[in-house]
Design a protein around this ligand. Structure first.
Ligand SMILES: *[C@@H]1O[C@H](CO)[C@@H](O)[C@H](O)[C@H]1NC(C)=O
Ligand SMILES: *[C@@H]1O[C@H](CO)[C@@H](O)[C@H](O)[C@H]1NC(C)=O
Ligand SMILES: *[C@@H]1O[C@H](CO)[C@@H](O)[C@H](O)[C@H]1NC(C)=O
Length: 229
């Protein structure tokens, strides 16, 4: 009889753990698929679907973007679509706030997201650890807000500023990070093509590299047009 005594609280405990996990995993699902759709063209499973995990202040992400963009423009939206997921690396001090700026701007005007990403890449040095090590968090935040609004139009300044005061944009940025983690992303850039990871390497995939990856897949699409409307 005394043997069975502890099983009741243990079962209850396990039940609570399971319920907690269920609730947690449910609340982690965002209302929309994470990330930014390139050129607002709906990403579609009838195209070759590329996902890029980028840190706006990562030099390797910056280096990999022009050849990928060139390849996307070569194929066009009917054949290839792209979603960029921000993935703020913890050892880049300003990765999270620059990623959050992308989420804020994407809410305000989705056409401005990629121009801002381009601008972060172009002037990335301003947001490196060494260049901001002397600055307070507030000063860096002001710099990011000022940079984003001068890039996209100063009329957006107050909207971007209040975006940083809105916890929802922080949650979105966390979701991006968690989503990357859930797919095994541990650095940037990481690329998935049709959901499959492109083997991680120190070499940047150049334009011809993308052609080698995408060409065979678009040929298959032409032979087996499953989703043509
Ligand atoms: C949205 O952003 C794009 C790119 O910066 C710009 O051309 C366009 O005018 C913006 N739209 C609005 C409504 O502000
Ligand atoms: C940081 O502050 C020190 C002292 O104020 C200054 O000498 C140095 O140049 C500053 N570094 C940067 C990167 O601004
Ligand atoms: C930030 O939000 C709080 C409450 O949510 C509000 O009282 C405050 O005025 C806001 N600050 C700015 C700068 O928007």
């Amino acid at each position: 009889m005394p043997k069975s005594k502890p099983t009741v609280p243990l079962t209850t405990f396990i039940l609570i753990v399971i319920l907690t996990l269920l609730v947690r995993s449910q609340s982690a699902i965002p209302s929309r698929y994470d990330g930014f759709v390139y050129r607002k063209r709906a990403a579609s499973t009838s195209t070759v679907f590329i996902e890029a995990f980028y840190d706006p202040v990562c030099p390797d992400s910056r280096g990999s973007w022009p050849p990928l963009k060139q390849a996307l423009d070569h194929y066009g939206p009917a054949l290839v679509s792209l979603i960029v997921h921000p993935f703020p690396l913890p050892y880049h001090d300003n990765a999270f706030i620059t990623s959050r700026a992308l989420h804020i701007v994407n809410e305000l005007n989705a056409s401005a997201t990629y121009p801002l990403l381009d601008a972060f890449f172009k002037h990335q040095e301003r947001f490196y650890n060494a260049q901001t090590s002397n600055m307070s968090r507030e000063a860096v935040l002001d710099q990011v807000i000022g940079f984003a609004s001068s890039t996209l139009g100063n009329s957006l300044h107050s909207a971007i500023k209040s975006g940083f005061n809105d916890s929802k944009t922080g949650i979105k940025t966390r979701v991006s990070f968690k989503y990357g983690c859930s797919r095994g992303v541990y650095g940037t850039p990481f690329f998935f093509v049709n959901g499959f990871l492109i083997p991680v390497s120190d070499d940047t995939i150049d334009y011809n590299g993308w052609r080698k990856i995408i060409d065979p897949l678009t040929n298959k699409q032409r032979h087996y047009p499953v989703n043509v409307l």
